[in-house]
Design a protein around this ligand. Structure first.
Ligand code: ADP
Length: 187
């Protein structure tokens, strides 16, 4: 046996889904499902700008917009989260116009940006699953799979939260996490 010597184990990354208003989460960063102007909009974007205050819009004006599938970092201002990662999801058409690759790119780029800035805890909303019309049953597997792939590449990340805004979305994400082998303790 191990004679009482602790066996080193990899630090488990906490990956879980919750139902919450993302603007209330005190993590290193929350992700904003923005539009390509980065100048504010409805849905989660509007909620984040309202909670962060006008300084967020001022900083966003300096960024020159953001392409679909890319991500840009700002401060969080009056949010409990220290930073905001703004990403632009694809508008759902019928799934044959590159939507899955672009959605995966959003999750990948957000994590690359977060890891590049040394951030350790991030919350994602359901990018594109609101006004942009991406069916959540199709978006959740892409979100979970892409985040899992990126976790393996960026071991500095300690906690990733899928922040759902309805019990229906939460159930879909939890099913997906279970199917992909997430630790049930980490939900
Ligand atoms: P998109 O244009 O990318 O579809 P939306 O803001 O319309 O962005 O919706 C994205 C997701 O964010 C939807 O699932 C919506 O229910 C959810 N959402 C809206 N407001 C909040 C909030 N305050 N916190 C967390 N999720 C939110």
């Amino acid at each position: 046996m191990h004679d009482g010597v602790p066996v080193p184990t990899a630090m488990p990354l906490r990956l879980r889904a919750i139902c919450a208003d993302i603007t209330t989460l005190a993590l290193d960063a929350i992700v904003n499902a923005a539009n390509s102007s980065l100048l504010g909009g409805g849905g989660v974007d509007g909620a984040i700008h309202r909670a962060a205050g006008p300084e967020l819009l001022q900083e966003c004006r300096l960024l020159g917009g953001c392409r679909v599938g890319d991500a840009k970092l700002t401060r969080g201002y009056r949010l409990p989260a220290r930073q905001v990662i703004h990403t632009v999801g694809p508008v759902w058409q019928d799934g044959t116009h590159g939507e899955p690759d672009r959605l995966a790119s959003c999750y990948r780029r957000c994590i690359e940006v977060a890891a590049g800035a040394g951030l350790r805890s991030i919350a994602f909303p359901g990018i594109s699953t609101g006004v942009y019309g991406y069916p959540v049953e199709l978006a959740a597997p892409i979100a979970v799979t892409t985040v899992r792939e990126q976790m393996a590449r960026h071991p500095g990340l300690a906690e990733i939260v899928f922040c759902c805004y309805s019990e229906l979305h939460l159930a879909i994400y939890r099913r997906q996490l279970d199917a992909s082998g997430a630790d049930p303790e980490a939900r």
